[in-house]
Design a protein around this ligand. Structure first.
Ligand code: SF4
Ligand code: SF4
Ligand code: SF4
Length: 275
């Protein structure tokens, strides 16, 4: 059936981002927020528009537009540590700046609306990992998710120790932590992808940000749902899912439900258009 307003979603998404952009610009009296959130909103809306138009690689285009902007412009040029240690650093400093706002919007409160859209469309770590050859995992999922709590704790302890030790020039340390942290993430992510034949192994077992993302995305407004009257239980959706989600189960407790990155691979491959 033809949708009445096929482009409503990209328009709504742009409007939401613009609302955030204008609110932060006016409340913080800083034009950067207008530019930042308008740019991200345009990139995301463009991606949704391209997806609706069935343009191949729509998601990858957004991932590159947002991921490269954050990694190169915000991280390397503006020296803003957007990794988790940057979040702790600004939080402990009591500064409500780009990294804290970024975490609040993309990784803590945003997932209540758009789940783990961040992981599918914006993360600069996954932007590289998704170029590897194992988009569809070739091995069963491992029980290694506990590692994420260790990396989460390590990031917190690292920043807390810097504050307790009253380390000088923490800003500079944070910049180098960003550089070294990213090199480590890419190195470990690529090694694990080949080891487990799974591009997203890093996301499943190591990434500390999932400690925020998983519980919040459990309540996500935006979810893939299955029309059981059309589903013929062919299993294709689960086979192509990079995150091993059982998307045929509509309950919030679906298997690996908090892992869904809204990549739409299941939707594209369902032969009965049940998703
Ligand atoms: S799980 Fe972590 S590394 Fe993977 S896409 Fe999400 S934020 Fe990025
Ligand atoms: S691919 Fe479609 S028809 Fe097949 S199991 Fe999944 S939802 Fe059902
Ligand atoms: S394939 Fe479907 S269920 Fe799996 S992560 Fe992508 S959108 Fe979510």
């Amino acid at each position: 059936m033809k949708q009445k307003h096929p482009y409503a979603l990209p328009v709504i998404m742009l409007a939401v981002f613009e609302a955030v952009a204008v609110t932060l610009w006016l409340t913080k009296d800083n034009l950067f927020y207008l530019f930042n959130f308008s740019y991200i909103g345009c990139a995301v809306s463009l991606g949704v528009f391209l997806f609706i138009r069935k343009i191949p690689y729509a998601r990858r285009i957004v991932q590159l537009l947002v991921g490269l902007y954050m990694l190169i412009y915000l991280g390397l040029i503006c020296n803003e540590n957007m990794q988790i240690e940057g979040f702790w650093y600004y939080l402990f400093s009591g500064v409500f700046e780009a990294a804290t706002i970024h975490y609040a919007v993309a990784k803590i409160f945003g997932p209540l609306i758009f789940g783990r859209g961040w992981c599918g469309y914006a993360c600069w770590t996954a932007m590289v990992l998704d170029f590897l050859p194992y988009n569809i995992p070739e091995q069963p999922r491992k029980k290694l998710g506990f590692i994420r709590y260790l990396t989460f704790a390590a990031s917190l302890i690292f920043v807390a120790a810097l504050f307790l030790a009253k380390a000088g020039n923490i800003e500079r340390i944070m910049f180098w932590a960003f550089v070294i942290g990213n090199i480590a993430y890419y190195g470990i992510g690529i090694a694990l992808a080949y080891l487990f034949k799974d591009n997203r192994a890093f996301c499943k077992y190591i990434c500390p940000i999932t400690v925020f993302l998983k519980p919040m995305s459990y309540f996500s407004l935006l979810r893939i749902k299955c029309d059981s009257s059309k589903c013929v239980s062919c299993g294709k959706c689960k086979k192509v899912c990079p995150m091993n989600v059982d998307v045929t189960d509509n309950s919030r407790k679906r298997e690996n439900g908090t892992e869904c990155i809204l990549c739409m691979e299941c939707v594209k491959h369902c032969p009965k258009k049940a998703l």
